[in-house]
Design a protein around this ligand. Structure first.
Ligand code: DP6
Length: 350
């Protein structure tokens, strides 16, 4: 019996992936850019074990068994890992051995907090350790086939997932733009508005968007290519003003497309919209962008803010959205760690 255990953090998209051009291979309609959080918070932890005595492949998520054979994505990832093992001449695990996978998330699953990104990145990376396959761009194509955004979590720092042009998806890979040490004072605050499972899963929401939204065509052809170039430049130059503006605009356009989908997908709620207004008011008072919001397929806010501005922003958030579970002391103690993210509960009733 042999095992491997790995931890993978979530990544939060700055330019969103939304829409596929191939459902099974998970090929996106546009490039996306994200930042991977540090491994101290919001992580998936996965142990994969291979044994001669296992009769079937099995998987447990947060302690509950999930049907392995009923999941084409899991099966595809395992098949791709087997293919890479053969291609790399790895004989560490005999091909006939079955595997058991146990994965846990330390944050709400499917509440729009990129749980599938961390989960599949962690699974594929753990399998790569088990089967002795190197971490390279090809491995990102395997994670991509588990969940699109997962390919970006295989790298730390700022990462671009290239849409690619080939039909087989071999050039639809994630590449690191810059490691987290490039911009060590960049922090993310996660404001947990609601940790329930989202109503329309991302996979279905984006499928419907590609079918019914007219805005998405404009986004893919005209908006994203320019934004990718501008954001890469902003990251290279530590230009928070451009970074913040692109991030907020892209979040807004993604949710505009969700609303332009028919029937519409509503991911943000009243509290999310109050956070958007708050950040714009805050930036106006501060005389420039001091914080940027982004929302994935759920109501929870991710705020990008530079370390030196964190205490002031936290103070303002606590005044505007008072909450018992807001724990700024703990957060502040964590400031010595680059890119600390921290969950804070906002009470929607306030
Ligand atoms: C809004 O990667 O979860 O978080 O590929 O169908 O598994 P599938 O979708 P998924 O979608 C993530 C969408 C997003 C934006 C992003 O992370 O880029």
């Amino acid at each position: 019996m042999i095992s491997a255990t790995c931890v993978a953090p979530v990544n939060i998209a700055l330019i969103k992936y939304w829409g596929k051009r191939h459902e099974d291979l998970i090929l996106p309609v546009n490039d996306s850019i994200s930042m991977t959080l540090s491994t101290d918070e919001l992580c998936a932890k996965t142990t994969v074990t291979a044994s001669e005595s296992f009769e079937t492949n099995r998987m447990w998520l947060n302690g509950e068994e999930v049907p392995f054979e009923g999941s084409p994505r899991l099966q595809r990832c395992l098949k791709e890992v087997h293919r890479l093992a053969v291609a790399n001449g790895s004989q560490k695990v005999p091909p006939s051995w079955k595997i058991h996978i146990a994965s846990v998330n330390n944050f709400p699953t499917a509440a729009g907090l990129a749980s599938s990104a961390a989960g599949y990145a962690c699974l594929v990376y753990s399998l790569s350790r088990l089967y002795d396959i190197p971490l390279n761009e090809e491995l990102t194509t395997v994670a991509r086939q588990g969940s699109g955004s997962a390919c970006r979590s295989l790298y730390g720092g700022f990462v671009q997932w290239h849409r690619g042009a080939l039909d087989d998806g071999s050039d639809s890979v994630a590449k690191q733009i810059a490691p987290s040490s490039h911009w060590p004072n960049m922090h993310v605050l996660i404001l947990v508005v609601n940790d329930e499972r989202k109503k329309t899963a991302s996979t279905k929401g984006m499928q419907q968007a590609v079918k019914t939204s007219q805005l998405i065509k404009h986004r893919v052809d005209k908006v994203v290519p320019e934004r990718i170039t501008q954001l890469r430049e902003a990251i290279a130059n530590h230009d928070f003003q451009t970074f913040a503006e692109i991030t907020m605009k892209d979040s807004n356009q993604f949710h505009a497309i969700a609303l332009d989908t028919f029937p519409p997908c509503v991911y943000m709620n009243d509290v999310s919209h109050r956070i958007v207004s708050f950040i714009h008011d805050y930036n106006e008072i501060m005389g420039g962008y001091h914080a940027a919001y982004t929302f994935d397929a759920g109501p929870n806010a991710c705020l990008y803010v530079l370390e030196e501005n964190v205490p002031h922003l936290l103070d303002a958030i606590q005044k505007v959205f008072p909450s018992d579970s807001f724990d700024s002391d703990t957060y502040l103690r964590g400031l010595s760690v680059p890119k600390v993210d921290k969950s804070h509960k906002i009470d929607p009733a306030q």
